[in-house]
Each structure stands twice: as C-alpha cells, then as structure tokens.
Write a protein that binds this ligand. Structure first.
Ligand code: CP3
Length: 343
C-alpha cells in the first residue's frame, strides 16, 4: 500500500504542486477566539505547553477552522532554556522573561535533564499524530541556538540583540560553550520529535539579522549545520525547513552549508532575488508580510498572487514571512486560504 500523499511534505521533498500547500507561522494563537478561551483556562503559558491534551487541542484548532495543509506542534522555542533549568516566565503582554545567564551560571544548566523535562512535548506530538487526518503534515520545531541564546543572555527579547552580541565578542569561550549546549540539546530534542511523529521540523532562527558576515557564519550557519547533520546521523531522511529570518544576502550561503530540505523566506526577501540566488531544486516557503494579511482587501489578493507567480517554477509552500499578528481578522485568513487554494 502506498502511503497517503501529503502535499506539504511532498513539496518539501521536491515535488511541486499545482497550487502551493499552505500553513501559517504561529497559526495557533491569540487571533483565534477558541485559543484565547482555552488559554484563559490553562493557567500559565508554559503550563499550556506542558499539558499534552491542551497543547494538542490548541495545535488542531486552526486546522478545524481553515483548510491548512500542516499542523505545527504547539510549544515554544523557550522550552529548551526552561528544560535546561534556566527560569523562564511569560508575563501577560510583556513577552518572555528569563534570569539572564552568566558565564558562571553555565555550569548550572542541566543538559542531561532536557529530554525528561520535555517528555510532555513528545506526548503532545503523539496525540496530534493520532488525531491528524492522513493528508496533513505534522511540523515539529525548535529555536536555533543563536536565537535561543539571545533570550538566555538578555533575559528578554530585544530589537538589536546587543546583549548577546556583546557577550559573544567579549566572552567567546563561554559563548561557544553555551552554543554547544544548545546544539546538543536541540539534536536530542528533534530526534525525539521525529520519533514521536513529526514529519518535518522547522529551525526558527528568528534573529538572524544584525550580524556581520563572520558573525552570521559563526553564530547562525555553523550551529544550524551541526544540528541538521547531528539529526541526520541518526535519522538519515529527517526533513528540515530552515528559517533564518533577516539573512538577506547570506541566504545562499546558509542554504548551501546548512542544507535544509526547504528554505523559509522572510517578507523582506524579494521573491525574484530568492528565485535567482537559490538552486532551482530547493523548495522555498513564504513570504507574505503579516501586516498585509492584517490589513486585508484587494492589496492582499495582489500580494498573494505575486508571491505564487514568482515561485511558479520551483517547489513552493505558501506561508507568511513571519508569524501571524494577534489583531489579524479571521475573515482575512479565510480570504488568504481561499485565494491560495484557487477558490
Ligand atoms: O502555532 C504555532 O506556530 C506553534 C506555536 C509557537 C509559539 N511560539 C506559541 C506562542 C511557535 C512555533 C513559537 C515560536 C517562537 N517563540 C519564536 C520563533 C518564531 C517568531 O515569531 O520569530 C519566538 C521568537 C518565540 C519566543 C516567544 N514566545 C515570544 C517572543 C513570545 C511573546 C511574544 C508573543 O508573540 O506573545 C512568546 C509567547 C508565545 N508563543 C505565544 C504563543 C501562542 C503567546 C503567549 C500567550 O498566548 O500568552
């Protein structure tokens, strides 16, 4: 019996579809009333991430509403620092807060405890797998080491990542040790995600901008490459979507060295540039500006059509170029799905 076709996974494997398959970064979340309702009952955000029945339910919410081609595990990139033993809190309306890591504090991290602490995440994946219709792709993920390190070092999000960039340049040994810990934890975490049912995993390098060429090679390319190679050493056909947000002119170097199966493009990347700069066989994902989705109307249709046309000669997964915004009207998401599906 041949396995059921999964249009999104098949695209990642290199098979172009007549209409691009579609998922939406951060598709489970606050723009959905059913998420806000469940979130209010769940206690803290991390409790929601670590309660398999609720996390699986939240994962499936957007698929019930929209005809999306993939589910993405409901979790967060900051479960890794949490599982390593660094205190992580999510303050309502303020974003994540961590106890900033110091060179001396590195020794207190507990890499050996990570898989045990993340056991609920693997149970969530098993539950989603069991409930997901056969044609749908299940996406797992983790944050890439540099992006996770920016939160661990600053103790919060920042627009310029200055704390982490200064730490890397003034404490190079401690920084390298931190990145190594994150690389190893991420490999172990992703291998278990595949074993629990993920079809593909996305590496979220949300802060790949603001780095010079050498920093990009050292902090972004090298660790992501180690993760891909480390996972493939254990699962040879493990599929990856790399998403180095803000990589700009470094995109081709990232693709060539990290060797993801598909490359996620942020909305600042001109489709024509990406199409010319990347090998024709490399599937791409993206790259609608989330503000266009929020604003809606005819400009949205034009932008969607332009992206689909620009990637008409290669495998393409339609997505936003960054996460959906909480204020996005549901009707605009319905309009997007209809348009991409050709309805
Ligand atoms: O639907 C999905 O995409 C799956 C779930 C998911 C979440 N976060 C849920 C979440 C995924 C894939 C992430 C990834 C993530 N988390 C990234 C990379 C993607 C990106 O947007 O760049 C980053 C940088 C984080 C860290 C993070 N988590 C921040 C900065 C915040 C606060 C800002 C915000 O959007 O609220 C979070 C919290 C978070 N993660 C929420 C959700 C649904 C909102 C928290 C809540 O509901 O109270």
């Amino acid at each position: 019996m041949s396995p059921v076709a999964k249009p999104l996974l098949d695209t990642i494997r290199g098979a172009r579809q007549a209409r691009p398959p579609l998922w939406i970064m951060r598709q489970a979340g606050r723009y959905l009333p059913e998420y806000r309702e469940l979130r209010a009952r769940a206690g803290s955000f991390l409790e929601l991430c670590y309660t398999p029945a609720l996390a699986a339910e939240v994962t499936l919410q957007p698929l019930r509403r929209f005809d999306l081609d993939a589910a993405i595990l409901f979790s967060d990139i900051l479960v890794i620092p949490d599982a390593l033993g660094q205190e992580v809190r999510f303050e309502a309306g303020e974003g994540p807060r961590l106890e900033p890591i110091t060179p001396e504090g590195l020794g207190k991290l507990r890499p050996d405890a990570v898989l045990e602490r993340l056991a609920p995440v693997f149970e969530t994946l098993e539950r989603i797998r069991g409930a997901l219709p056969p044609g749908k792709t299940l996406i797992g993920f983790c944050g890439s080491p540099w992006t996770v390190a920016t939160y661990m070092i600053a103790g919060a999000g920042s627009t310029d990542q200055a704390a982490a960039r200064i730490f890397a340049l003034t404490q190079p040994q401690a920084f390298a040790a931190l990145i190594d810990i994150l690389v190893e934890a991420s490999i172990a975490y992703l291998v278990r995600q595949f074993e629990a049912g993920a079809d593909v995993v996305q590496l979220f390098e949300s802060w790949a901008m603001n780095l010079d060429e050498q920093q990009f090679r050292d902090y972004v390319i090298a660790p992501n490459r180690k993760i891909v190679e480390g996972v493939r050493a254990r699962i040879p056909d493990a599929a990856f979507i790399g998403f180095p947000r803000g990589a700009a002119a470094m995109l081709p170097a990232y693709a060539a060295a990290v060797r993801p199966d598909a490359l996620g493009l942020d909305y600042g990347t001109p489709p024509d540039f990406a199409d010319r700069a990347l090998p024709r066989s490399l599937p791409v994902q993206g790259n609608l500006d989330p503000i266009r989705l929020l604003a809606g109307g005819p400009q949205l249709d034009l932008a969607i059509d332009g992206i689909i046309a620009a990637f008409g000669n290669r495998p393409h997964i339609f997505n936003l170029g960054h996460g959906i915004l909480p204020q996005t009207p549901i009707a605009n998401v319905e309009r997007l799905v209809r348009r991409v599906k050709g309805g």
